[in-house]
Ligand binder design. Sequence first.
Ligand code: CO
Length: 146
Amino acid sequence: MSAVDSTGSSAAGGMLTEIDHVAIAVRDLEAAIAYYAGTFGARVVHRERVESDGVEEALVQVADSYVQLLTPTRDDSPVAKYLAQRGEGLHHVGYRVADCAAALQSVKDHGGRVIDEAPRPGSRGTTVAFVHPKAAFGTLIELVQE
Ligand code: CO
């Protein structure tokens, strides 16, 4: 449905080709999974501990995207700090991009603030980079290249 040109950009979303995932920080991963399964019949299609980020995630499939339920695996992880300061809730939005490095460079070129200076490995074998929420209208953005 999306028209993709030779640079991998979709006509309407530019470099952002899909919503990859919406990430929700939770204290009890099993309870959150049970909620989505029990209430909506939604299924977990992937689970992974990402030691470098200090998180465990469960991906609940929603069409071609995911709800990413995230819980900290250690007290000094960014998600643990987020939960302590702001409680459970929306943590970040992951946008799918064809070229993470190019999208990250575009953030820099347009005066944005990055958290990751260069793309790095994410979960599911993806390549990711985070954009700082302070210069992105209060939303932590993750650029996700599959
Ligand atoms: Co994410």
